[in-house]
Write a protein that binds this ligand. Structure first.
Ligand SMILES: *Cc1c(COP(=O)(O)O)cnc(C)c1O
Length: 382
């Protein structure tokens, strides 16, 4: 998709390359239209090669991958799972699928990800009550690496296994190592708006071969080894189709280019909107972190400007430009009204002050210019 002057500018539309169709074509020619086949094997191999993970299982969604990942970590009814409040609801929903309870942790103001200090407080408080959370979900929101060194040290100290929700962070790195490979289990999403897409899809990575085997087993209805259909465990229909995996193969070839372009988009906005009082870009990379800058996000400071994020959003809408508020914290969601939260003011403040700008990799300079001119016009009129 390439936007012409009067087209709508979307937040993060799919951006296909030249090879997806070849993989699809071959799958159809060879009659591999099933949740198995060479594209599926190849897609998983591509993800392993890029991330350095030893095993990958391609699934129907990132949410499915989180669901199975938590089950691998032994999460079940009555368990507690630590989870950042500032994230998309898909991070936490699988906790509920398993009959467990989330415990939300606030963000820190730099990376916008889980705050190590609040995390420690939560773990100490739970320990005083003799409660050991079954898992920690670590999210790298908007592709920004969390403070990994600190968070992993705390998780190790309290012996809590880590599931990395890298749904938005494929291609981001920390100390050179791809995100998604720091926890016991890592999760990626290939939904339509992510940095790469299969229209819908996800993947689970792990270095534990038994876990990869178990994930494949659960994802294909948990069929026992028998000539008839026999089931000893609860399973799901979560395996990605060989067709969609073909799109994924074509997309994986483009990953480094896409990361480069997203980072350029962030830098472009930052440079061209640098001197507007009360407007700044974030989050900030932690030491050793390199974000894929999935979405360019900004914050408005009410002490320096009267323009609110909602005003800016509606203004951009009149120019046929899509923008969107930051994720509404989970501790502010009606669904989680009764869920405990440690802290909460940082993520609430980010939600109140932030906005996501169009960041699709097919954008050309004229598109970026169009967004920045529209933003400038509003601030100059205010
Ligand atoms: C997109 C997303 C998911 C879920 O991925 P799906 O493939 O859409 O199910 C999970 N967590 C975060 C942070 C996401 O952005």
């Amino acid at each position: 998709m390439r936007s012409q002057d009067y087209d709508r500018l979307f937040l993060s539309p799919p951006h296909l390359g030249r090879h997806e169709l070849n993989y699809l074509h071959k799958a159809i020619e060879d009659n591999w239209v099933a949740p198995a086949g060479p594209n599926l094997d190849g897609f998983e191999r591509d993800i392993c090669e890029f991330t350095g993970a030893q095993h990958c299982v391609a699934l129907t969604s990132g949410t499915a991958a989180i669901h199975l990942g938590l089950r691998l970590l032994g999460v079940g009814p009555g368990d507690e799972v630590l989870c950042p409040s500032f994230t998309f609801v898909a991070t936490a929903n699988p906790i509920l699928y398993l009959g467990a309870t989330p415990v939300f942790i606030d963000s820190e103001a730099e990376t916008w990800n889980i705050c190590p200090q609040r995390l420690r407080e939560a773990l100490e408080e739970l320990r005083r009550q003799n409660r050991r959370p079954k898992a920690l979900i670590l999210v790298h929101l908007y592709g920004m690496p969390a403070r990994l060194r600190e968070v992993l040290a705390i998780a190790a100290e309290f012996e809590v296994p880590v599931l990395e929700d890298a749904a938005e962070a494929l291609g981001s790195r920390y100390e050179g190592q791809p995100l998604g490979t720091f926890g016991q289990v890592g999760v990626f999403s290939f939904n339509g708006n992510k940095i790469l897409t299969t229209s819908g899809g996800g993947a689970l990575v792990t270095n534990t071969s038994d876990w990869a085997r178990k994930t494949r087993f659960w994802a294909t209805q948990a069929k026992d080894v028998a000539p008839y259909y026999q089931h000893s465990e609860l399973g799901y229909n979560y395996r990605l189709s060989n067709l969609l995996a073909g799109i994924g193969r074509g997309q994986m070839e483009l990953l480094e280019d896409r990361v480069k372009k997203r980072r350029e988009i962030f830098a472009w906005y930052q440079k061209h909107l640098a001197n507007i009082p009360g407007l700044r870009f974030g989050p900030t990379e932690p030491a050793g972190g390199r974000s894929n800058r999935w979405l360019t996000t900004l914050l408005l400071d009410p002490e320096e400007t009267s323009v609110t994020p909602e005003q800016l959003r509606l203004h951009l809408e009149t120019h046929n430009i899509e923008s969107r508020p930051l994720w509404k914290p989970l501790h502010q969601q009606p669904l989680f009204a009764a869920t405990p939260v440690f802290g909460g003011s940082i993520s609430a403040d980010l939600f109140a002050r932030g906005l996501c700008l169009p960041s699709g990799t097919a954008m050309i300079d004229a598109d970026l210019q169009r967004v920045s001119s529209a933003i400038r016009a509003l601030f100059e009129a205010s």
